[in-house]
Design a protein around this ligand. Sequence first.
Ligand code: ZN
Length: 662
Amino acid sequence: MRVRSNGPCVLCVVMLMMAAPAAWAAPAEQGDSDVPLAAKSFALSQVRLLDGPFRDAMRRDADYLLSLDPDRLLHSFRLNAGLPSQAEPLGGWEKPDWPVRGFSLGQYLSACSFMHSATGDGRFKQRVDTLIDGLAQCQEALPDRGYQAGYLSAFPESFIDMFERNESIWAPWYVLNKILAGLIDAHQHCANPLALEVAVRMADWMTARMDRLPADARVRAIESMQPGTGQIAAVGESLVDLAAITGNDEYVRCAKLFIRHSLFDPLAEGKDCLDGRFGNTSRDGRHGNETVLETNSLARLYEVTGKSYFRNAAETYWRLVARQRAYVIGGYTDFERFFPVTDFAKHLSRRTCETCNTYNMLRLTQRLFAWSPGAEWMDWYERALYNHILAAQDPIKGMFVYYMSMKPGDFKSYSTPLDSFWCCVGTGMEVHARHGEAIYAHDADSLYLNLFIPSELTWRERGIKVRQETRFPDADTVRLTFQCPGAATFTLQVRHPSWAEGMTIAINGNPVDAGKTGSYAHLHRLWHDGDRVDLRLPMRLRTEPLPGHPDMVAFLYGPIVLAGELGSQGIRDEHLYLQDFRTHDKGPLAVPPVLVCDDPSELVRHFEPAKKPLCFRSQGIGKPEDVSLVPFFRLHRQYQAVYWHVLSSAAWKPQELAVEIE
Ligand SMILES: [Zn+2]
């Protein structure tokens, strides 16, 4: 099979890898970049999580990954390639006749690759190697079925014909991107040389396929996508990653062919166009996950081209979402679409906050931090990580939430292990393998402490180990201990979160300047073996309104969103674990109490701490009864309320009489 490449040929790359496996085995820290990054994250293999909620989440995810059978994931690929498969087909979106079949294998490859780096557990590499062998066999066999060389998918190539003819077809390029990304991750994290060969052949097919499409047909196909059906430009991110690995700039050129200018030209000029060109009714805005995936592509294009168009568009998108369009948990969209920022009250539905969006926003946030380190990015990252991502994993079975409902009185529903395979299952598999990624970052002279998560960092380049011990957020203290036998001079940059007024820092017991909230404290010194840094992060209860609606409020304690525990009567297993996520809409709902308070600025004074950490109970203002608040990330199998109606006593009076009559 001919491999076209302007960079080093694949065989040379493979030979280099065999000659120097240690060098090639080290995963890229944050993707290679032509633009100098101001800070880089550490490779996942350099950070080990210690006991805490994120390690628990990672373990549950690891158990789920190991429970899946590679032959079942490969089944539809083999059928499509005319190869025998006796495996039992998977269900949900992986059914053999489902239009997006095959994407889960790509995300499973990524998740196992991350998990291998994050844990060093060889079982994940074995899974990856088995799948890569299977995919390579399929790619080799597909031309015998009439497909073009390099094509690799579990569905026929005619799906791409349909896309190019502007016919209705659900997201074939989205699926191909997941497969290509999985191959690249397998190469980066598991040093699988065949993965790179398969990826290069696939990317060459992509490039040839896009090049043969006349420009007007290409623009028409890309621009006329109905929201939610496309998600095609996402492939640009993987193509740029592959260009960085192989040196083949053709993939960068191809990535640019996917750009939707109707979306990104306004964003690059700082304009908000997310309500969409289809009008301003509730379901007509731009698609959340589609746009954030495309934005990640543009962010990656900035890193290899340095063009301000890409950076401006990415930063505008981030600010619009994080500052104006997100709910308190960091999630955004209703029925997967953006809506006018004045209309939040109409959008407390059962289908808010698709979890994929937030995973992809976390990835975008890491990039923006790398370009220009600042607490703004990581304050938001922390909020979304605890209150959406961690909250979206079932603590019993490790399954995943699709829509994180902001409807007061709703509850969380989860996937099933083998019969759901929604998009949010794919991203869920990945995200819990990556918790080690954003805790720390570095440049030549600085070590950034971004997140307060128990962990151990090995900064190999400087011969330093850092151990972070904390029970945060259940406790407000963090201790870092340095192991640096030769002593080392660098600046420890400690995030001083915007919520942590009065934060203190001590080095070996001696207080030092902790800087301002919403910035980084700069601790420059010669660090010695055994040096200790102790942080205290005061948290307090506060409210935050639904954007534009001061009479609907959410509660936070530090960065942690608190939600009301409203009981579980009537919630059964059939409501909790779903094959079709849409059936959640038919599940029961509770009626949440309201909060009656004549001075909303005094609301938090009417709450007392409960016995458990991070828990509070209202004192006489909950009507018809008082309410208990607990961390939203720990609230499962119960009716919940993140947002509460706040009424004056005059407004409550008629309702109180109505309740008494009932
Ligand atoms: Zn999703």
